[in-house]
Design a protein. Sequence first.
Length: 168
Amino acid sequence: MNTIRTTLTTLTRLAAASTLLIAASAFAQTGPAPYGAPITMEQARKAMAAAEAEAVKNNWQVVISIVDNGGHLVALHRLEAQTASVDIATGKATTAVAFRRPSKALEDGLAAGGAGLRILGVRAATPLQGGVPILLDGKIIGGIGVSGVMASQDEVVAMAGAAAIAAK
């Protein structure tokens, strides 16, 4: 029994490492943005206000989650969305920060199958469109994730929040 458990643990670790290598090579040409100072509460409020305005404008019931550059929750707002969206939105935001790219990149890799399926071995990755890094001066200061409507609509709301910070 211990041999099976050890083998499964080793395979899981190898799959996770392979996934990270594949994700890294996909962005090797441009390189992901480096991490900067963590998002401030003032910046999080600004991003939240812009994201909320986009959701309200479209009458979308969503959860908006903002995390710092370490993936720790800074702000969360639930606009009458289902409760499951709380964890999903936070997972999308955390994934965008951890992988230094929109969560859609992981979704696309998973959808392609083959080696992209290895993302399933990465614990706490949320490979669903709707999470984006928040950049300031070309550095990741946090992430924003949205859940509650179609994934493409979630991303529109997230992008509105991230754009509010990028615009200064």
